[in-house]
Design a protein around this ligand. Structure first.
Ligand code: AMP
Length: 351
């Protein structure tokens, strides 16, 4: 067990790290953030901050030595240099990061665990793309295999004809058939080192332009019906990875059952509602899991909960939100409200 008073290292300095550090502080831990970007919302609430390149193994080694346990809040942390961190000190395991960083590996990993992703094919050339469309069909979505997030690195393709004129944004791409879903939802779980798994209720998620806008509980009936199968898959993925910490899997609810979209080996935006809407938040349970403390109760505490992301200039509504009864405002301390940038969120609790 990593006792309260110890130091938790957080790789990544964004809002997820900020909320992790706040939860860790409540349990008596100190946090030390690591990020190449000096402008870090997590660093503002951490006892220490190391600002260095992900590839500086020397500094990464010193950082790990100064921490009692290390975790990550950003899934594009380059996996190679993490070999500097002694095994058993980094949770979730690096393997989870490697699988989640590559959409191709991620989908085949989920398939091997019995999951069903959208039809897909690897694309490294314009010829590959045409072959992929022939096999998978159109419309579809062309995505970068790595480093895409919030809808970045994704292009909708309506037909083979449209693809013929397309200049590819490089190689290492994946083409996926477009899924005609009824709803989107996520399974958020926490797994302890002894294999105990707890799930939060699954919210219905709405994305706009690839960015999550709301997570709502209770989810629509079509989601509720598909949660057991989705949970079973997420549990098998976590077990196959020897996972410790919070993990999220995103799904499309379709007429033929849940279609696996992607996994996040970390706390997730669709779990922010758990701060006020559940007995134990995803952030606290992540800390508990990686520190070897007993897991907390994941029960939802209100009949209705909705998390809304404040994206770009939505943040200008912060003053009005503060006046709303039952609304819990979180701002991430970002100075510039650029379009598409997650500036904060609000969770509304309904009775
Ligand atoms: P992703 O980054 O893959 O989670 O994609 C972001 C969002 O884009 C998803 O939550 C969906 O709303 C949409 N999307 C991505 N891939 C597909 C697909 N194959 N079919 C339909 N919608 C998709």
């Amino acid at each position: 067990m990593i006792a309260p008073g110890s130091t938790i290292g957080i790789l990544g300095g964004g809002q997820l790290g900020r909320m992790l550090a706040i939860a860790a502080a409540q349990l008596g831990y100190r946090c030390h953030a690591f990020d190449p970007n000096p402008d870090s919302g997590a660093a503002e609430v951490c006892a220490q901050f190391t600002c260095a390149s992900w590839f500086d193994r020397n500094v990464l080694g010193l950082f790990a030595a100064a921490c009692d346990v290390v975790t990550f809040e950003f899934e594009n942390v380059p996996a190679g240099p993490l070999a500097t961190i002694p095994p058993g000190k980094l949770w979730p395991p690096v393997k989870a990061l490697e699988v989640a960083q590559d959409r191709l590996q991620e989908k085949s990993f989920a398939e091997n665990c019995g999951g069903r992703p959208a039809a897909y094919a690897a694309v490294d050339s314009p010829e590959d793309l045409l072959r992929a469309i022939e096999r998978v069909g159109a419309p579809g979505v062309l995505k970068t295999r790595r480093e895409g997030y919030d809808g970045k690195g994704q292009w909708r393709i309506a037909s083979a004809r449209e693809a013929e004129g397309l200049r590819l944004p490089g190689s290492d791409l994946i083409y996926e058939g477009f899924v005609n879903f009824t709803a989107e939802f996520s399974v958020i779980l926490v797994r302890a080192a002894d294999g105990e798994v707890r799930f939060w209720d699954s919210p219905g998620n709405v994305h706009t332009g690839g960015i999550l806008t709301t997570s709502t509980l209770p989810a629509p009936p079509v989601v509720v019906a598909q949660v057991p199968a989705a949970r079973a898959l997420a549990g098998r993925i976590a077990e196959a990875l020897d996972y410790v910490g919070v993990m999220t899997c995103e799904f499309f609810a379709t007429e033929a059952g849940p279609v696996f979209n992607e996994m996040a080996p970390r706390v997730h935006n669709s779990g922010h509602w758990t701060i006020e809407g559940a007995e134990t938040s995803q952030f606290e349970n992540h800390v508990r899991a990686i520190c070897g403390l007993p897991l907390g109760d994941t029960r939802t505490t209100a009949p209705r909960v909705q998390m809304e992301n404040l994206i770009g200039r939505d943040v200008e509504r912060a003053g009005a939100i503060l006046a709303e009864p039952g609304a819990h405002l979180h701002l991430y301390g970002k100075a510039e409200a650029r379009e598409g940038r997650k500036m904060g969120h609000v969770t509304r609790i309904g009775r």
